[in-house]
Design a protein around this ligand. Structure first.
Ligand code: SF4
Length: 292
């Protein structure tokens, strides 16, 4: 008889993670509002892409069970997993969100075993950098956290399997990050290769695991439109990339200390899309690009 599964969804990120600080770097007001949403003290913007975010969160929860639940849990019935928003509150979102996440996960499971990328060492491991005796790239006093989806040690067999997925990996330690996207886009590999989030994860992991060597980070991307999957390899950051990450962290920390909710009106129409906090009239700190 399979065990009944209850999962509390991780909707709040790791707290003071790299995403929060990247947001402070761009617009601290936006980071402040988003943090309030994560803490549950403010509803999210009405027209946000929260459905896509929630599909990704539920997909991550299924991957966590799959990779950490043990052999007897591998075939778990996704439809019977009890999802909870918090320990005390069931998740009551639209059925279509859950069904999309289930379909996406089942298409992964149909093709890949939990050891496809190697021996699983840790799942959803939280990291927090100590406030003292820090690496050179972390400003003193700045809270810095991360939560790694998966940590694996590749084997000769998993290297051969990943080779057939066109990934040139060696036997050793890798971080795995699960990503969901609507569809595969052209420059995805380049975008992942230069992503500050991944460089930061690798810098943090290596500093916290000084007696081990990290070989890289594998992005396991899932595409909702086609229910297909693709793996990408990101190499450990060069010194130049580490300096770029340090620059973002130091600048964000200086800005935060000067004004933790400093507005940046240059960011209100980033990528040609309006910031929803301004568009919906919550933020009055922009420079008039919206009709209040
Ligand atoms: S509207 Fe502009 S200033 Fe306000 S939170 Fe959004 S990006 Fe920041």
């Amino acid at each position: 008889m399979p065990k009944a599964l209850t999962v509390t969804l991780n909707t709040g990120g790791s707290g003071y993670g790299i995403s929060f600080w990247e947001q402070v770097y761009t617009c601290a007001t936006q980071a402040f509002y988003d943090m309030e949403v994560k803490e549950g003290s403010r509803p999210g913007p009405k027209s946000s892409d929260s459905d896509d975010t929630m599909i990704g969160t539920i997909y991550h929860a299924f991957q966590e069970i799959y990779h950490w639940g043990g052999v007897e849990m591998r075939g778990f019935d996704t439809t019977t997993v009890e999802l909870r928003q918090t320990a005390a509150r069931p998740w009551d979102g639209p059925a279509v969100i859950r069904e999309t996440a289930e379909t996406l996960f089942r298409s992964y499971r149909a093709k890949y075993s939990p050891s496809h990328m190697g021996t699983v060492k840790k799942v959803e491991e939280p990291y927090e950098l100590p406030l003292k005796k820090r690496p050179w790239w972390a400003p003193d006093g700045m809270p810095l956290t991360a939560r790694m989806d998966l940590e694996v040690t590749t084997t000769k067999a998993s290297c051969a399997r990943l080779g057939r997925d066109h990934l040139m990996v060696e036997v050793g330690n890798y971080i795995v990050d699960f990503k969901t996207a609507k569809t595969r886009w052209l420059n995805m590999a380049w975008a992942y290769a230069w992503r500050i989030q991944f460089a930061f994860y690798m810098m943090l992991w290596q500093w916290m695991n000084k007696n081990k060597k990290l070989k890289g980070l594998i992005v396991a991307a899932a595409f909702k439109k086609t229910n297909t999957h693709e793996f990408f390899l990101v190499r450990p950051p060069t010194m130049d990339t580490q300096k770029a990450v340090a620059e973002v962290l130091h600048t964000a920390w200086e800005k935060y200390r000067a004004d933790p909710i400093e507005a940046n009106p240059f960011h209100c129409m980033a990528w040609g899309r309006p910031c929803l906090w301004g568009k919906e009239g919550v933020c009055k700190r922009h420079s008039g690009v919206f009709n209040d």
